[in-house]
Design a protein around this ligand. Structure first.
Ligand code: URP
Ligand code: ZN
Ligand code: ZN
Length: 466
């Protein structure tokens, strides 16, 4: 099966060019000059996709999702089926989700459970990171085994004591192991011990509304934990990737480590670029829709996060997609903000939201592709299979209309959740046609993919280590 995508502007992490994209079966075979003989020859018998006036970009890679994640006595509302379908609608053709090891479990048990959840259900290709919540000699041995199975990154938590939390000693030990086996440690950097004190004090004062989730997780405690994670990684000699970074202080710590040559990396998420602590303070219980950790911050961090994306101190935009219904799930914390399940939906709108950064002049087109696709693919061992339009790469391709306008709404989104944190936001740009390994998943406003098409992706190691 041949497909010829013609008339579009191909955008890569290094720039833009007018080119035709030639696809055979699941792979890209060539990019050629528009109207060239090679294109004409290939066109015979090929399906043609007209991309005139559109951008042709590599399928986006979301390196941070939580489908079906158990949290706070409930479970994230998107399954692998519904969440990956919504991802495809938004131009994301690969997710890397977090398998969870619970305290007392073997890594094997956690990983097997996540394979079972995902297998046969995903509309797009998927890989796994492993959440490591019990550091002991047995689980340290298992890290190497998981590496051999293509699970090459492990998330540790400095937050959530009693659930996912690891002590500094445990973190150091896991980082030492990561150094030995070539893994990347991903870090949820918030000082959970101090936060628990502040949460208890807030509740004792009767401060139960959603906005107190934010005031009890001050940005200093993210900056402090980030600096500590970086120091522990330096001592262990392991790479570290700070997930969902939200604050200027944490960004400064990452920038300093990177300037000193450390293998330190960080991501941010659209919610930290577009939403703020003011949303958590919305009237009544509305603010619960915006409760996630780290919390949304004051608006004055936004400009610095956009700057970090330009300077590459923030290398990736991920969604941290972890949706909970407002009715019946977020409501668990109606009388106590600490019982609101942490997390917000986002897997469908990352390309669109960051494209608003292109419209506003915050990011170049090339950088937009780089932070959404090329860098996450390379950071998590999927490049050049994913993240680039090049001969031999998977034909994961998004034909993006840069001029169509749309209004984000829960009434029209495809995520399995009853609200949108961007309700009513009018934006420019939309993924029109989405291909995964040469197969059209979304076209003409219709989903043409299917549950079970997505394959598990064993991943190589981090492609950025110096
Ligand atoms: O609030 C969030 N971020 N929920 C998902 C779990 C995590 O820490 O990434
Ligand atoms: Zn986290
Ligand atoms: Zn997360």
């Amino acid at each position: 099966m041949r497909t010829l995508i013609s008339g579009g502007t191909v955008v890569s992490a290094t720039g833009t060019q007018a080119a035709e994209v030639l696809v055979e079966d699941e792979r890209i075979v060539a990019l050629v000059a528009p109207g060239s003989e090679a294109a004409a020859g290939f066109a015979e018998g090929a399906r043609r996709i007209d991309a005139t006036g559109k951008l042709v970009v590599p399928g986006a890679v979301d390196a941070h999702t939580h489908m079906e994640m158990p949290f706070g006595g409930t479970q994230a509302s998107d399954t692998f089926e519904t969440g990956t379908r919504a991802a495809a609608w938004g131009g994301t053709t690969t997710i890397v989700d977090f398998a969870v090891q619970r305290k007392g479990q073997a890594l094997r048990e956690g990983l097997d459970a996540w394979h079972k959840r995902a297998e046969g259900n995903c509309a797009v290709d998927y890989g796994f990171h492993m959440i490591l919540s019990d550091v002991n000699e047995q689980t340290m041995k298992e890290m190497g085994i998981l590496m051999d199975e293509g699970v090459t990154s492990f998330k540790l938590f400095m937050a959530y004591p009693g659930v996912f939390y690891s002590t500094d000693g445990e973190i150091l030990r896991a980082m030492q192991e990561a150094r030995g086996c070539g893994a990347t440690i991903m870090m949820h950097a918030e000082n959970g011990i101090a936060i628990d004190v502040l949460v208890g004090q807030a509740l004792a004062r009767g401060e139960t509304a959603p906005r107190f989730h934010g005031t009890s997780r001050p940005d200093e405690l993210e900056a402090e934990a980030t600096a500590r994670a970086l120091a522990l990684a330096r001592v262990a000699g392991s790479p570290v990737y700070i997930v969902h970074l939200t604050t200027t202080g944490a960004l400064d710590a990452v920038a300093e480590a990177r300037a000193a040559g450390q293998n330190a990396f960080a991501e941010t998420c659209p919610q930290y670029l577009f939403l703020s602590s003011e949303d958590m303070a919305r009237e009544g219980f509305e603010g619960a829709k915006y409760v996630c950790s780290p919390p949304l911050r004051a608006k004055d961090h936004h400009a610095n996060l956009w700057r970090g994306l330009r300077t590459n101190d923030l290398s990736v935009v991920s969604t941290d997609h972890c949706p909970f219904y407002f009715k019946g799930q977020k409501e668990l914390g109606r009388d106590d903000f600490s019982k609101i399940p942490n997390g917000i939906p986002g897997v469908e709108h990352r390309l669109d939201l960051t494209y608003q950064g292109v419209v506003a002049g915050e990011l170049s087109l090339a950088r937009w592709v780089e932070v959404n696709s090329t860098t996450p693919a390379r950071m998590f061992g999927l490049y050049p299979k994913k993240g680039v339009l090049a001969p031999g790469s998977d034909a994961d391709i998004v034909i993006y209309d840069p001029s169509e306008t749309q209004t984000i709404s829960a009434a029209t989104h495809h995520m399995n959740v009853d609200y949108s944190t961007y309700e009513g936001m009018s934006i420019t740009g939309r993924a029109k046609t989405v291909l995964s390994r040469g197969r059209v998943l979304v076209e003409d406003g219709r989903f043409t993919g299917e549950k079970g098409y997505g394959r598990f992706l064993p991943r190589a190691t981090n492609g950025y280590l110096q």
